[in-house]
Design a protein around this ligand. Structure first.
Ligand code: FEO
Length: 400
């Protein structure tokens, strides 16, 4: 049975949520599920903004048919060709054979790559600044390449003051009836997932996000409609401000994040002692994670949040502990930059982890790595404890 929500008198939310999928993109755990948002504009012409994932296919088509209430579907605007939004394209074309597609040139070529369809003669290819009148509404198309795929565009509806923002401003998390930001407590219940979504999926593309933010700043936006998560109508600036920080790689919080790998607990002990010293020095809200235990996506999100990072790892196979290696590789891939960093390593006969961590960090931009890493030779000594005390004092001087 259909389950839609009205956004305005002529704009319907017709998406749905999936609570069964374990990993988004078969990569990121989503214990809170995810929503696939789709919108239907009922103007003199009818316009569908994106389809949805096949997981909610049945509901999506019931919603669409209910929304159309017997009317024809005139346009399908395709903002993004990732299959969580376009996999139902073929079935949509089968059910509404006269619908006209609206998309970027790059998206048109991707349609042919994903589907055995030739849709050129039924596609309106749009470029930056192009407009489409649907009756009372005029849609403006703005290109948003590499946020986070090359074909992405966003649409601004002038009359509705609505920005359909594709994946931008989206978040993990299933919707539970409440659709709008003023119906939920976003900061408390959603921000962690919004940060994790941004950092891991869009994080690499800060420069491209900045371009979109500059375009959006020129618009009068009353409704912000992303492809995942809630619709913003009360305080979109809450997330826009976060995007400003995340896309410029500016830490959100002046805070310490300790990330350690440990085999038998000795490196963990050094991390714990450092955390204690930091607390004694007056640092609040210290976070610690075992990189072998936590999901990489959570660690990346925390790295986007915190200003001061400590990496502690044992040497492994004459190199870096593989879990720490994976984390640092992901940090580089996601363009992490502009952090203050301290290193702790451990090695019973040849500690080289700090050297390798420093080399990884040197490949990232604006990483201020503190000199003289604390180096253990199996377990912590009183001399090394003094070094951790000094490190804690140095961090506290910047944070307290
Ligand atoms: Fe929600 Fe990039 O797809």
């Amino acid at each position: 049975m259909y389950c839609t929500r009205k956004i305005t008198d002529d704009l319907l939310y017709i998406g749905g949520s999936d609570r069964r999928l374990n990993r988004f993109e078969n990569l990121f755990p989503i214990p809170r599920g995810v929503s696939y948002n789709s919108y239907l504009l009922l103007d003199e012409k009818t316009v569908l903004f994106d389809t949805a994932d096949e997981a909610i296919g049945r509901l999506f088509f019931e919603n669409l048919e209910h929304g159309l209430d017997g009317r024809a579907l005139d346009y399908l605007v395709i903002h993004h060709m990732e299959p969580d939004h376009c996999v139902l394209l073929g079935e949509t074309l089968r059910r509404w054979p006269d619908v006209k597609l609206v998309c970027s040139a790059k998206a048109l070529s991707m349609i042919g790559q994903f589907f055995p369809l030739n849709v050129s003669d039924r596609t309106l290819v749009v470029a930056e600044g192009d407009k489409l009148s649907t009756g009372r509404h005029t849609l403006h198309f703005l290109m948003a390449p590499m946020v986070h795929w090359p074909e992405v565009m966003v649409t601004y509806d002038e009359l509705g003051k609505t920005l359909f923002s594709a994946d931008a401003f989206g978040t993990f998390g299933a919707l539970a009836g409440n659709l709008f930001d003023d119906e939920i407590t976003f900061d408390q219940n959603w921000m962690t997932d919004a940060r994790r979504y941004y950092a891991n999926i869009v994080g690499k593309y800060g420069a491209q996000v900045q371009t979109v933010l500059k375009k959006a700043a020129l618009l009068d936006i009353q409704f912000l409609c992303p492809l995942h998560g809630p619709v913003w109508r009360a305080h979109p600036e809450v997330l826009v401000e976060k995007y400003q920080k995340w896309s410029t790689y500016e830490p959100e919080d002046k805070a310490v994040l300790i990330l350690y790998a440990t085999m038998y607990g000795n490196t963990e002990n050094a991390a714990s002692v450092l955390a204690g010293e930091l607390a004694e020095a007056g640092v609040h809200d210290i976070k610690m994670y075992d990189v072998s235990d936590a999901d990489l996506s959570d660690l990346i999100a925390e790295i986007f949040r915190c200003s001061h990072l400590v990496f502690a790892a044992p040497t492994y196979n004459g190199n870096l502990h593989p879990k720490m290696e994976a984390l640092m590789s992901d940090m580089k891939a996601l363009n992490v930059q502009n952090r203050t960093v301290a290193l702790i390593d451990n090695g019973t006969w040849a500690p080289v982890a700090a050297k390798h961590m420093a080399a990884r960090l040197a490949e990232m931009k604006a990483m201020n790595v503190m000199e003289n890493p604390v180096s253990l030779r199996s377990s912590l000594t009183e001399v090394q404890r003094e070094s951790l005390h000094a490190l804690a004092q140095a961090f506290a001087a910047e944070l307290v």
